[in-house]
Design a protein around this ligand. Structure first.
Ligand code: SF4
Ligand code: SF4
Length: 194
């Protein structure tokens, strides 16, 4: 009899504790919204898929210097950067002063010390595999990548999350649409190949 009474009191106490938690939360201000009837105003701190950052001078030119570090570091191998490399017409250094007496391979090296320009030819992200770890954003030497605030994404199709970030930055395509010209067979720089 006494044991049953103790058990009943324990159950009642447990129910009262649960009711207290429920009641407390019931009167808290609402912090979620019922999408799609409503959307949130502030996305501060939200991590969407990565996107490219443009230069201050030209909103369609990426800051990216095509070093390939983000693709190499990405643990999910979801970044693919194709590199466009051009030799500048202007030499960065004068020819070696004793060039005539240098061995042939050094003569070739020091006679035309030209500046090399590198920029991304294409920059693709397969968001299906991104863990939002932030390694690419933290380690980009040019500050050329950031997390987007693209929060309203939904699709049943994998290809919808394969982004051409360069085209997206230039306004040629947008998030949520299928990546255009996703490289399948052309040479590229990523964590597997450079
Ligand atoms: S986004 Fe940054 S890390 Fe990635 S290739 Fe461009 S400069 Fe290098
Ligand atoms: S956030 Fe992490 S997983 Fe996503 S693309 Fe960058 S390095 Fe890769």
């Amino acid at each position: 009899m006494i044991q049953n009474l103790r058990q009943a009191m324990t159950d009642v106490w447990s129910m009262l504790v649960g009711l207290k938690v429920t009641t407390t939360n019931f009167f808290q201000p609402t912090i979620t919204v019922h999408y799609p009837r409503a959307t949130v105003d502030s996305l501060e701190g939200y991590r969407g898929h990565i996107e490219l950052v443009a230069t201050d001078e030209d909103p369609k030119r990426p800051r990216c210097i095509a070093c390939g570090a983000c693709a190499q570091l990405c643990p999910s191998s979801c970044i693919t950067v194709r590199i466009k490399q051009t030799v500048s017409a202007r030499p960065v250094l004068p020819p070696h002063p004793d060039i005539a007496n240098l061995p042939l391979e050094f003569r070739q090296k020091f006679s035309h010390p030209m500046e090399m320009d590198r920029e991304p030819k294409s920059f693709h992200l397969d968001y299906n595999y991104c863990s939002l770890c932030g390694l690419c954003v933290q380690n980009c030497p040019a500050g050329a990548i950031r997390f987007s605030q693209d929060v309203y994404l939904a699709s049943e199709i994998l290809e919808d999350f394969q982004y051409d970030l360069l085209a997206q930055m230039r306004g040629e395509t947008h998030s949520g649409s299928r990546a255009q010209n996703h490289p399948q067979a052309e040479p590229h720089a990523n964590s597997r190949e450079s």
